[in-house]
Write a protein that binds this ligand. Structure first.
Ligand code: NDP
Length: 458
């Protein structure tokens, strides 16, 4: 059995070591999950609801512990990490209502009664990334369990600790043994074993579009269901008629939150040419005001990048001759720090087209509404975005025209557990969260009961 080191990105110290599973061990985990799933699905809906509420309450009692673990493992600022742990609690609470509300239909037909059932799929695999280890785990876990499934989670190798602890909390709260297991290991080993396993009926994958494409191709061999939440290159569109002070003050949150390691990061700021200079004047102090430093400090707004390899990738987008307009500050090290960085590249530069996944934003001018829409949609991705305007008609027009799954007007809000989340184009397939998410983890079964045998159903 081999182990891998979990390293604190803020100071490069080794937090702990974790044993990584081999592919063969996934078979045993699936068998155990199948047995637990049968017990779980046979429970009365009210009892499954109660078990999810107990699980949520147990997470709530451990929010501080989980937050501290994420600070050490992922370098997230403590306030943000607390929100992330609380999000797991909130998502479990929200979906605890679902077992009793997973309604079928009664459909009018001739000759009998036609009803539908939403049946659990069985065992679901969730492959999570390193950028938001807790929330992204919860977004799949809550609705999958609520719909009567077992869940196997493959966390990212860099950030497995909170997922492992949340699985322990689930067991302590009374979930059937094996219903929710965390399988640490390599994506190329444990991840692929989950995707290839015939008894894992669905994969929820969040990560890069490149890996997501491979997961989808492998899943096709078993006609396996997939939900994919992939990359983004979202546009923050600032019109001349907007509250420019508010747009500029808020723009750092749109891109530098989680050090830009956010699939919804507004990594392209599109500014109407007539107010471009004024926007940049206002944006510069907002960027230099971002508090970058010790993640344990309550005032910290931005921590380090997750790993040395990732910092190198981010730095490759800011070579010495990059068109840097201005930058914020960051500690020298140890730790994998990178300052908030504002670039003014041309429309076809790699930094405008590719997902940097770091605190690097490209600012581009546009001429009019049509140009803004063309520019926003000139991307392989379509996940998120913001529109700043005081004109309500324009807000609605542009919202409808931008090819993205999650937009906000005069705000950088991206994700709420009660509303659907997911991407257009290469940003993914399917939607997480919102009231319908449990239906992403069921198969619809239609049953016709003949009542009048003289009538044949049509
Ligand atoms: P990946 O997409 O490769 O990793 C995401 C998850 O998939 C991890 O748990 C990983 O495991 C697992 N995985 C890797 N290979 C396979 C495979 N063949 N089959 C099944 N699962 C697999 O992201 P990276 O960590 O490599 O990051 C690369 C880039 O992806 C980032 O720089 C960023 O641009 C983007 N990214 C985007 C995210 C988003 O939410 N949009 C999230 C994360 C990354 P393991 O950790 O063991 O490799």
């Amino acid at each position: 059995m081999s182990v891998f080191e979990v390293v604190n990105p803020a100071d490069e110290s080794v937090v702990t070591t974790v044993e990584e599973l081999e592919a063969e061990e996934v078979d045993a985990a699936v068998a155990k999950a199948q047995a637990a799933q049968r017990t779980w699905a046979a429970l009365a809906p009210a009892d499954r609801a109660g078990a999810l509420r107990d699980f949520a309450a147990h997470v709530d009692a451990h929010v501080e512990e989980l937050a501290a673990l994420e600070v050490a493992n992922a370098g997230h600022p403590i306030g943000q990490a607390r929100w992330e742990a609380g999000n797991v609690r909130d998502v479990l609470t929200y979906y605890s209502a679902a077992p009793e509300r997973l309604l079928g239909k009664q459909i009018p037909v001739a000759g009998g009664l036609d009803i539908t059932f939403e049946e659990p799929m069985g065992v679901v695999g969730i492959i999570t990334p390193w950028n938001f280890p807790m929330p992204i785990l919860g977004w799949g876990l809550g609705p999958a369990l609520a719909a009567g499934n077992a869940v196997l989670v493959k966390p990212a190798e860099w950030t497995p600790l909170t997922a492992m602890r949340i699985a322990e909390l689930g067991a302590e709260a009374g979930l059937p043994a094996g219903l929710f297991q965390v399988l640490p290991g390599k994506g190329s080993v444990v991840g692929e074993a989950l995707v290839d396993h015939p008894d894992v009926r669905k994969i929820v994958f969040t990560g890069s579009t490149e890996t997501g494409t491979r997961v989808m191709a492998r899943a096709a061999a078993h006609v396996k269901r997939v939900t994919l939440e992939l990359g983004g290159k979202s546009a923050n569109i600032v019109f001349a008629d907007s509250d420019l002070e508010q747009a500029a003050a808020s723009a750092p949150y749109g891109i530098f939150d989680n050090a830009g390691q956010d699939c919804c990061a507004r990594s392209r700021i599109l500014v109407q040419r007539s107010v471009y200079d004024r926007f940049m004047e206002l944006f510069e102090p907002a960027v230099s005001g971002v508090a970058v430093g010790d993640p344990n400090d309550e005032g910290t707004e931005m921590g380090p990048l997750v790993s040395e390899a990732h910092r190198e990738k981010v730095a490759s987008y800011v070579p010495d001759d990059a068109p840097v307009a201005f930058r914020g500050t960051a500690p020298d090290g140890p730790g994998w720090w990178f300052p908030p960085t504002v670039l003014t590249p041309s429309r076809d530069d790699a930094v405008v087209r590719e997902e940097v996944f770091g605190p690097v934003v490209a600012v581009l001018p546009f001429d009019d509404e049509a140009d803004a829409i063309t520019l926003a949609n000139d991307s392989a991705y379509g996940l998120s975005g913001s529109i700043w305007t005081r004109d309500l008609s324009r807000a609605v027009r542009v919202s409808r025209a931008v090819e993205a799954g999650n937009l906000s007007v005069n705000s950088h809000s991206s994700v709420r557990y009660s509303t659907p989340f997911g991407g257009f184009k290469q940003s993914g397939i399917g939607r997480e969260l919102g009231p319908d998410a449990p239906l992403q983890f069921t198969e619809t079964k239609n049953v016709f009961l003949a009542i009048d045998s003289t009538e044949s159903p049509s």
